[in-house]
Design a protein around this ligand. Structure first.
Ligand SMILES: [Zn+2]
Length: 247
């Protein structure tokens, strides 16, 4: 027996060594796999769950100050008193109904606006800013130049040809008729359910860098369900999303 004690000793060393090695190996594998999971998550943002969409798709048309557009003349349908592109009539009806279940005061304020109408609206706002009218940025203020008045207006309304309301794919929907005055908790819930109906909250608070427009709690844009879900999940703006797609 004594003859084989060295063998037993070797066996013990091997077994213990094996356990330690296995433990270390498991730890390495774990940290490796967590590393690869996080790199997968990063690439997922740009690749694996990206919808099969193209920047030239009708529902991804970008109209903003960098992308002005002549009158589009969309085919229109009236939903709850506002006009929208007929292709989004059902989605708008369903989205409004879902929003009203969250807060019965939810209603549509605006939908399609022609370039001609946007011109009238914009000019009226500029005049009101120059006059320092109540409710304007320059309310009760002194005289300002037209350029300054336009700058003020552009914090809440876009110049003609630069408002996406002309696409017929945008709606303003809120519990109240004034911008950014709906209860925050309600807005949060509506924005969260919007993608299910193909809409996104178009101008989020942290999106100004890419959209050029400050936070708007009432402006929703139809982009289709898959696009809306991706954009919302990855906290993108329409501009950022379209830049990721092929034309
Ligand atoms: Zn709007």
């Amino acid at each position: 027996m004594k003859k084989y004690s060295w063998l037993l000793g070797l066996l013990v060393v091997l077994v213990i060594g094996g356990v330690i090695f296995k433990h270390l190996n498991t730890q390495t594998t774990t940290s490796d796999s967590s590393k690869s999971t996080s790199s997968k998550a990063t690439s997922a943002t740009s690749q694996s769950d990206l919808p099969a969409a193209r920047a030239s798709d009708w529902n991804l048309l970008v109209v903003n100050r960098d992308h002005p557009h002549d009158e589009l003349n969309p085919t229109l349908t009236t939903v709850a008193g506002v006009q929208v592109d007929q292709r989004i009539a059902n989605a708008t009806t369903d989205f409004l109904a879902a929003a009203q279940k969250v807060d019965s005061a939810e209603h549509l304020i605006s939908g399609y606006r022609s370039v001609a109408y946007q011109t009238q609206l914009y000019d009226r706002y500029v005049d009101q800013e120059m006059a320092g009218a109540a409710g304007t940025v320059n309310a009760g203020g002194g005289s300002i130049t037209r350029a300054q008045a336009e700058k003020n207006v552009q914090t809440y309304s876009q110049p003609p040809k630069m408002s996406e309301h002309q696409t017929g794919l945008a709606i303003d929907m809120s519990t109240v008729d004034s911008l950014n005055e709906s209860p925050k908790a309600v807005v949060k819930q509506i924005a969260a359910l919007a993608p299910k109906y193909g809409f996104i909250l178009r101008f989020p608070a942290d999106g100004k860098k890419s959209t050029g427009v400050g936070y708007e709690d009432w402006h929703y844009r139809y982009v289709g369900v898959a696009n809306a879900e991706y954009i919302t999940k990855h906290n993108l703006t329409l501009e950022e999303y379209v830049a990721m797609l092929d034309k």
